[in-house]
Design a protein around this ligand. Structure first.
Ligand SMILES: *Cc1c(COP(=O)(O)O)cnc(C)c1O
Length: 481
């Protein structure tokens, strides 16, 4: 078992050298003084450094290898953008600063907003939401407010396909709306007739991930959004998969009224790991007055942070969103420009289609009736019949040095493997992942125990993942010293 940092502790060791006191010493009043020592580990700087660097090598990361976690767009993000976001004048601004002293930050936010509107085909934007799911909630609240203001409070249903991302029903429920599921047709697209039969006088909104969670573009999109508009509802696009469409297609041109983007997928901040994110929301002009406060406006006296109109849905978060993520997104958009952004998506599509074509002789790809978008969903159902489950395949990939794809999602595909290579992988790394997948398919036929016993090369073997979440233990209990 790996030692915790506390187990290296030895009384009197220290890893800091504080400067000499150059102000008069003042005792801390009893009220603020500690009653007992805090019990921090007493280690040298070298011990702390080695401990944490060793731990970091026990985990998988995008700097180490391909990370094809479908729907998460785990691309490699340029280090230059990390550097830019850390420029002192940007990184240390205080959210309560007077507008006149943070013109640079406000200008970047304003111009990022403009770019995102251009990319999505919308007129207004809020950069406040901290995640994709919070962006969805924001968008639904905008739509609900618009319905309420028009005397349509009774409209309480959100229609969405059965392939919807899990956050879609969750945020609809949180917004006080009822989820109505729409069937997918035999190709994995929205069943337009089922949608037509369910759209009506209770429809508040339609919510669609496009390309959908099967990696397929909804080809009847004009018809779908028109059915909803004719029924009196508005259309919400979950734009977390925008990495497939940059510079190629715009939700605003497809009849959508609101859309969120995951800046921490598509625009140069890593997804996952619990770090800060941004679920920026773009919308049509008529919804602008309902946006949360902290939008930036350009005036004759410079950039100004607005407090929200009297009609705002209100604040979702303290202050103005995760500004560091916005700096990275702005750097990304401006470094690539319109042509570069389009190329991002084109290469993401080519990489996914190449992978699908090479893997198809070995893995079933249901709903495959043409090119996929930036990801595709394979099924391990045939292998499960031989006694090897998708979970085993995912674990075996770790032995080959790859992160696993997303598994068991979307739920409409049995034993699903959702694979998204992204545009930043080289042909060599894509080929070596494919070779590993093919080798595993062959092992399943010849030496299945290699797969069912995997992983054997990782610091920990099979974990009880449910117990690990419910019974989280980050450090061994220690005695206070
Ligand atoms: C990632 C994702 C979301 C949610 O984004 P979070 O930032 O994780 O809340 C929503 N929809 C789709 C399709 C996604 O891939």
């Amino acid at each position: 078992m790996e030692k915790t940092i506390f187990q290296y502790s030895s009384s009197g060791r220290t890893g800091v050298a504080l400067p000499l006191l150059d102000v008069p010493e003042t005792p801390v009043t009893a009220r603020f003084g500690r009653k007992e020592t805090i019990g921090l580990p007493q280690v040298t700087e070298g011990q702390a450094m080695r401990h944490f660097v060793r731990l970091s090598t026990m985990n998988f990361n995008i700097e180490e290898g391909l990370y094809p976690l479908g729907s998460c767009t785990m691309k490699y993000n340029p280090r230059l953008h990390e550097f830019l976001a850390r420029i002192e004048g940007l990184a240390v601004v205080h959210p309560l600063s007077d507008d006149s002293t943070v013109q640079g930050t406000l200008e970047l936010m304003y111009k990022l907003g403009e770019s995102l509107c251009e990319i999505t085909g919308f007129e207004a934007v809020t950069l406040q939401p901290a995640a994709g799911a919070q962006g969805e909630f924001t968008g639904l609240m905008l739509i609900k407010k618009w319905q309420d203001e028009r005397g349509q409070e009774h409209r309480n249903e959100v229609l969405m396909p059965d392939s919807a991302h899990g956050t879609n029903p969750a945020t609809s429920t949180l917004a006080g709306l009822k989820v109505v599921s729409v069937r997918s047709d035999e190709h994995g697209r929205v069943d337009v007739e089922d949608l037509r039969s369910k759209a009506g006088e209770n429809t508040c909104a339609f919510m669609l991930t496009n390309p959908n969670t099967l990696g397929i573009f909804e080809s009847s999109i004009d018809e779908i959004t028109k059915i909803i508009h004719d029924a009196g509802g508005l259309n919400y696009m979950d734009g977390a998969n925008m990495n497939a469409m940059l510079g190629i297609a715009r939700p605003g041109d497809m009849g959508f009224d609101v859309c969120h983007l995951n800046l921490h997928k598509t625009f140069s901040t890593p997804h996952g790991g619990g770090g800060p994110g941004s679920g920026a929301v773009c919308c049509v002009e008529m919804l602008k007055e309902y946006l949360p406060p902290s939008t930036v406006e350009k005036t004759d006296e410079g950039y100004k942070l607005l407090g929200g109109t009297g009609n705002t849905i209100g604040r979702l978060l303290a202050f103005h969103g995760n500004v560091g993520v916005l700096y990275r997104a702005y750097a990304y958009v401006r470094t690539l420009g319109p042509k570069g952004l389009r190329e991002v998506s084109e290469v993401a599509l080519i990489n996914a289609n190449y992978m699908k074509a090479r893997l198809k002789p070995y893995y079933d790809v249901p709903n495959d009736d043409g090119p996929c978008m930036h990801e595709f969903v394979a099924s391990g159902a045939a292998m499960a019949e031989k006694g090897v489950k998708t979970l085993d395949i995912a674990k075996r990939l770790l032995d080959y040095g790859f992160h696993a794809p997303t598994i068991y999602f979307p739920q409409i595909v049995k034993e699903a493997l959702m694979i998204e290579p992204t545009e930043t992988e080289s042909l060599e790394s894509i080929d070596s992942f494919i070779d590993a997948m093919i080798a595993i398919a062959e092992e399943i036929d010849t030496k299945p125990h290699l797969v069912t016993d995997a992983p054997v090369n990782t610091p920990v073997l099979r974990l009880d993942e449910v117990k690990a979440v419910k019974d989280l233990c980050l450090v061994e209990p220690v005695e206070h010293q």
